[in-house]
Design a protein around this ligand. Structure first.
Ligand code: KIV
Length: 296
């Protein structure tokens, strides 16, 4: 199907669609979005799923890590995305400390993404240590996406944003974790920054679809941070990113052109200005020539 602006004939993507795509060996496309215009553009491009990632902390809010992102930040951005996109599967990312304290806390916070912010599912990071929370959330009817490999909320424990699962021991643990998440009820798992051959093995082993980011072509789908793909985030560009545009440079150029136009009076032009009829203008001038009205 070619990308179109018309929502006609479009079916809502659900977790069932994810499962069918895996079964049919069709790749799943996913992007992050954090606001209305990005969500609308992703919807029009017929992207299968939108993740409102806590990466918003870095690419939108300017933090060095995702750790300062709060539930309030996430719900605010999820609501904007839900207003822009109806058809993709909408997934809200649970921020640091919203699911680690207790399974009950995790369930309560997960519910807010669906009840208050229009999301269809949630994502959380971690392996076997999340089993109880995932089971509880799934038992409440909330679809859960897992996230293994480079899990940015554990950046300090991992010793930086580094590739994971590179040794046989680490790879075995990751594969075990993936099976535990599947058994706990996850409908899909993000695999971030792990060797491509390991991601291929995990994808082949699991019944649920894997979504890769820096995990090679053999995952069942791919996700990228939209600001990376568009070249809007320049602080660093991870090795796995393909930049499809260079919007940061284009923005700087557009802002520079605007500033020059303002300074040289080239903007605004007639077409950007509003007209007043001669009749009204002349009346105004006449009024101004009269002595001021004497007020009672
Ligand atoms: O927060 C995010 O954008 C993510 C993706 C990188 C998978 O978790």
């Amino acid at each position: 199907m070619s990308p179109s602006n018309s929502p006609r004939d479009r079916k809502k993507i659900t977790i069932r669609t994810f499962a069918i795509k895996k079964k049919n060996n069709e790749k799943i496309s996913m992007l992050t979005a954090y606001d209305y215009p990005m969500a609308l553009a992703a919807e029009r491009a017929e992207i299968d799923s939108i993740l409102v990632g806590d990466s918003l902390g870095m690419v939108v809010l300017g933090y060095d890590t995702t750790l300062p992102v709060t539930m309030q930040d996430m719900l605010h951005h999820c609501k904007a995305v839900a207003r822009g996109a109806k058809y993709p599967l909408l997934i809200g990312d649970m921020p640091f400390m919203s699911y680690q304290v207790s399974a009950e806390d995790a369930l309560r916070n997960a519910g807010r993404f669906l009840q208050e912010a229009g999301m269809d599912a949630i994502k959380l990071e971690g392996g076997r240590e999340r089993k109880k929370a995932i089971e509880l959330i799934v038992s409440a009817g909330i679809p859960v996406m897992g996230h293994l490999g480079l899990t940015p909320q554990s950046v300090h424990q991992l010793g930086g944003f580094r590739a994971q699962g590179k040794t046989a021991v680490d790879a075995t643990k990751l594969l075990e974790d993936a099976l535990i998440l599947q058994d706990a009820g996850c409908f899909s798992i993000v695999l971030e920054t792990i060797p491509a051959r390991l991601a291929g093995l995990v994808s082949e082993t699991l019944e649920i679809p894997t979504i890769g980011i820096g995990a090679g072509v053999d995952c069942d789908g791919q996700v990228l941070v939209t600001h990376d793909l568009l070249g809007m985030f320049e602080r660093f560009v991870p090795k796995f990113v393909k930049q499809y545009s260079h919007l940061h440079q284009e923005m700087v150029q557009a802002f520079t052109d605007y500033k020059l136009d303002v300074e040289s009076r080239l903007f605004p032009e007639d077409e950007h200005s509003f007209k007043m009829l001669d009749e009204d203008w002349n009346t105004l001038l006449d009024e101004l020539e009269k002595p001021p009205r004497i007020r009672a």
